[in-house]
Design a protein around this ligand. Structure first.
Ligand SMILES: Cc1c2[nH]c(c1CCC(=O)O)Cc1[nH]c(c(CCC(=O)O)c1C)Cc1[nH]c(c(CCC(=O)O)c1C)Cc1[nH]c(c(C)c1CCC(=O)O)C2
Length: 341
């Protein structure tokens, strides 16, 4: 047993009430985040300034004493470190020049660790600033999800440009996924060495692929990262979030080798209970319930706890909290899950 509950659950323990943290727990629903954000030149500057990244990470811990803090950063620091021109347009999202002819070969994987050294500095400071019982998570994007932004140059609703790229340039895609996977493994090892207790791989766009493409573009690259990280750091705790994987959640833990799988809110609870027999699960409240208010939160939490509460569970939302959720509703969620109200 460790003194960090979430780490015990990731190792397979059942803890009641379940430990809780929330995807995007540092973010625009918090007034103190919006205030801090104003002082940053750009979103990437925010991520690369350890003082700011540390402060943003700690804000939700001060308010809600979550059982885990997640490093404040973004999955798109990876294409930035690989030499693409990443920027964030306020109110719209990330932008970069779509990959063109020869661009994959021109990526700069050897620069990644030095480019991302401010992130390691933030992790180091966080581990010493956080309460001892609060776990610290590092993270990266999964290769497929990161690749979708690099190929399209922006977020799209169905990743049609990346699916087309996959059929037209399969070798180019395979090369790209390998480059991102290897750089991401190094990046996660760096975060673990700086003090992260566990790392999470976000595959937010795994739900747009057929069974063959899911296996090749989501399962295999995540497995590659897990193997590389574990060959360097045997006991690394690794979580993955293959959002929208649906049926493909079955067996995902075993195939990739991760310790815990995060579930989106579309996963039926009875199916989630079967997945929980494969190992610990995290999830999966619809974030809109935290916008809607107390009745919606109670109903959703009760349903999850009825079905998943007797096994290894980390309570979380099924995706990130949205900016229109209120800090008061978040407070209610945390206290309700902890049985304080
Ligand atoms: C796909 C993805 C991205 N980033 C991330 C993912 C995977 C998880 C998911 O699916 O949500 C991951 C991410 N992004 C952010 C974190 C920080 C840690 C935390 O969860 O609190 C994490 C873990 C901060 C952020 N990343 C971003 C913000 C908002 C930007 C701002 O504050 O100006 C935050 C707090 C920007 C971002 N970053 C990304 C997009 C599409 C956007 C724009 C959409 C939006 O604005 O919500 C890419």
């Amino acid at each position: 047993m460790s003194n960090r509950k979430i780490i015990d659950v990731i190792s397979g323990a059942h803890i009641a009430p379940p430990p809780i943290w929330v995807m995007r727990q540092a973010g625009r629903y918090l007034p103190e985040y919006r205030e801090l954000r104003k002082s940053a030149k750009s979103f990437l500057d925010f991520c690369y300034t350890p003082d700011m990244a540390v402060e943003a990470t700690l804000q939700p811990i001060r308010r809600y004493n979550f059982d885990a803090a997640i490093l404040f950063s973004d999955i798109l620091v990876m294409p930035d470190a690989l030499g693409r021109d990443v920027h964030f347009v306020t109110g719209e999202g990330p932008r970069m020049t779509p990959l063109g002819e020869g661009d994959v070969d021109a990526l700069t994987p050897n620069n990644v660790l030095s480019h991302l050294s401010p992130v390691f500095e933030a992790v180091k400071r966080l581990r010493s600033d956080l309460p001892d019982e609060t776990a610290l998570f590092g993270f990266c994007g999964a290769p497929w999800t990161v690749a979708t932004y690099m190929i399209a140059g922006r977020g799209t609703s169905d990743q049609a440009p990346s699916r087309l790229f996959m059929y037209q340039k399969p070798d180019e895609l395979a090369k790209l996924l390998d480059i991102i996977a290897d750089a991401s493994a190094e990046y996660l090892i760096g975060q673990l060495d700086a003090g992260a207790d566990a790392v999470k791989i976000f595959d937010s766009w795994s739900g747009v692929l057929d069974e063959f493409a899911f296996e090749a573009n989501c399962v295999q690259p995540v497995k590659r990262i897990v193997e590389k990280v574990r060959s360097a750091r045997l006991n690394a705790k690794i979580i993955a979030f293959p959002k929208g994987a649906g049926h493909f959640y079955r067996g995902y833990k075993e195939k990739t080798g991760v310790d815990m799988v995060a579930l989106d809110w579309s996963v039926p609870l009875e199916f989630a209970a079967e997945l929980q027999k494969e190992g610990p699960v995290q999830g999966n409240l619809d974030p809109q319930r935290v916008v809607a208010g107390q009745a919606a939160i109670k109903e959703g939490v009760d349903r999850i706890m009825d079905v998943l509460g007797n096994g290894p569970l980390v309570f979380n939302l099924g995706h990130g909290i949205t900016p229109d959720a209120t800090p008061e509703n978040m407070d209610f969620l945390v206290r309700y899950v902890r049985g304080e109200i």
